[in-house]
Design a protein. Structure first.
Length: 139
């Protein structure tokens, strides 16, 4: 968990910037995230950002450091619907016998891997290279 944010008179962007700072990003990194994906600064912390963080921590054992790196790599990942894209993508990878550490590594290296419209072609491509399902998470 993390402390409740004192929102006072902060705008949505101000609240989100505070949440990103709590996540471990520097002020410069928060500006980079805002430039790359302005939606992250305006979306609901409670309904979008926190559920993604909770899912990654509870289901895939992401650390705070992992989360900060992921936010910097692909901020839009944090506004994806948990029940839609994230759970379904992780379940697909689990069906290929990938372990939690392998799934965490795959997401850390290429977060867009869980974008369902792209997952199956990527898996097929990797299998076409001769990789087995367990090997896919090691790459």
């Amino acid at each position: 968990g993390y402390p409740a944010l004192a929102v006072g008179g902060l705008s949505p962007a101000g609240v989100n910037k505070e949440w990103l700072r709590y996540l471990g990003l520097s002020p410069t990194e928060v500006r980079q995230v805002g430039a790359r994906c302005p939606t992250v600064l305006m979306c609901s912390v409670e309904q979008q950002l926190k559920p993604v963080r909770r899912f990654l921590e509870e289901e895939l054992n992401f650390t705070s450091c992992d989360l900060a790196k992921l936010m910097l790599r692909m901020p839009a990942f944090f506004i994806w619907p948990v029940e839609g894209k994230l759970v379904a993508g992780v379940r697909l990878l689990e069906s290929l016998d990938l372990s939690v550490p392998e799934i965490r590594k795959a997401i850390s290296v290429n977060p867009s891997f869980l974008s369902l419209q792209n997952v199956q072609p990527k898996i097929d491509w990797l299998i076409g290279l001769g990789l087995s399902a367990p090997q896919i998470g090691e790459q």
